[in-house]
Design a protein around this ligand. Sequence first.
Ligand SMILES: Cc1cc2nc3c(=O)[nH]c(=O)nc-3n(C[C@H](O)[C@H](O)[C@H](O)COP(=O)(O)OP(=O)(O)OC[C@H]3O[C@@H](n4cnc5c(N)ncnc54)[C@H](O)[C@@H]3O)c2cc1C
Length: 596
Amino acid sequence: MTAYAPPLRDMQFVLHDVLGVAKYSNLPGFADATPDVVDAILEEGGKLASNVLHPLNQSGDREGCVRHEDGSVTTPKGFKQAYEQYREGGWQGLGADPAYGGQGLPTVIAVAVTEMFSAANMAFGMYPGLARGAADAIHAHGTDAQKQTYLPKIIAGDWGGTMNLTEPHCGTDLGLLRSKAVAQGDGSYKISGQKIFISAGEHDLTENIIHLVLARIEGSPEGVKGISLFIVPKFFVKEDGSLGERNSVSCGKIEEKMGIHANSTCVMNYDEATGYLLGEKDKGLRAMFTMMNEARLGVGMQGLAISEVSYQNGASYAKERLQGRALTGPKDPEKPADPIIVHPDVRRMLLEQKATIEGARAWMYWSALQADFHHKSADEAERQRADDYLGLMTPALKAYLTEKGYWHATNAQQVLGGHGYIEEWGMEQFVRDARIALIYEGANGIQALDLVGRKLPKDGGRALQAFFADIDQFIADNKGVEELKPFLDGLASARNDVADATGWLMQNAFSNPDNAGAGSMDFLHLFSLLCLSFSWAMLAKSAVEKQKEDASDPFYHNKLATGKFFLARILPETKSHLAKLKTGAEPLMMLAAEAF
Ligand SMILES: Cc1cc2nc3c(=O)[nH]c(=O)nc-3n(C[C@H](O)[C@H](O)[C@H](O)COP(=O)(O)OP(=O)(O)OC[C@H]3O[C@@H](n4cnc5c(N)ncnc54)[C@H](O)[C@@H]3O)c2cc1C
């Protein structure tokens, strides 16, 4: 019953007008990404998303994945054919290295396409998403032989990939990990142990699956310093690249869960499975972080994507559903009642979604562009700065956008009233699907600690200082533009609140680390609101400029009106986060554990 229409105009506005992707044609891959090419890619990707993937979203949820007695797993009806279309369309290799068969297009374009696939069908999008993450980790840490063996097949979409961290007794605290690896003397290892909750661990979409597995080599230190990363293929790969025998890794069970039923969440058993070290011995967590950072951005994108699809369905219902009359008198007197879009509270729910989504899209794409600068710029200072930005933004994008994704899905459900709670309308599925994104890839509380404890103080606070300098420059460059004044004032105020919060943490976290822990989520929200207000200032600047070229196009007027809603009704939350942060640890730590 739900529908998904790719928000092409909004995506194009961000890519072409706000970020001006075409102006970076000096970077590898960008010269091929002319606006026409980008628009054609978005349109084609949009068709696959709305015509093929979205129609399978609800049926996939109802049917779920099935594990058979031999441990094989069947995905829901239609998934295999849809994946074939995805693979044949070359979507998996869009942003990948041409040396291994990729198209080498900018990451920012690949990320925009991912938005549509995740929005259309989150569970489907996870299969290729995890494979891309595995390919990135092999690309960054693999030997030449490993890259030649695995990358072309993963990039072509022929093989899948997974990340295997979690064990029954260890999720957040990977130092407790028990899976073990025993060297065989021929460069390979025998991997034994059980991994749980492994997304896309077993399925029928690809002919092989390349598992990346964390395990401790016999004799390595306890804790996080003794963890290594291994490539464990489901089927061995022969010298000529063809598939050999089955490795001793199997799916013992698939979990029954709240949402994303069409993605197989597997218990994976490694019974002396053969694995190959990826990267350095005992440095596995660092190598896995390559995959996790990409995956964290991907999960942040899931939050944005589920916000978009929920919003679209809530908004179209609100324009059709007739209930009550507008407080200011009938708006549609010919009909028995007005559509519920006339009611301010319904508009509040929808606009909170719309304003966050549009700001978040600019924030996400801007961050993806930093990934391009980081990987492709010839200028070392620019590469380092982009890396700093990515490090700073990743935990905030992951945690803020997933929290909002869940909240937006419930608010869109609320717009449908009781119908939102009924299965056939499809809104409750968005709520169920959205929920996991707050938990996996590092639960959101852990992202907040990462931001406050690692990313803020890293290199003497260099990343945040550079971000402040960019914001100050933007304000200085645009302060003569009257229409932008409210956006610049809002941005300056949020910037000062973040500076205030950072100063408070610097003064109070050393004496009592719980002060940092207690304020970490408020800081993450405050910082995210600063990022959104910067995005909105950039969106407004482009809208004002474009409006001068074409005053009749309502798109720019609507953009500015939505931005003003953000300033009036969302940005003030910074004050409450700042106030809560400054109360420190005491209100949280006063109670003894027994009192809970
Ligand atoms: C559907 C699904 C798919 C998944 N896919 C994968 C996958 O593909 N690969 C994989 O390896 N794993 C996967 N996971 C596992 C997931 O990443 C973990 O569940 C997650 O990391 C949390 O670990 P945990 O469940 O053990 O919770 P715990 O680590 O026990 O944490 C419980 C709570 O305590 C909080 N907490 C823990 N430690 C701290 C601390 N030091 N400070 C503050 N708060 C803390 C956490 O934030 C969390 O809220 C998946 C899980 C699910 C449900």
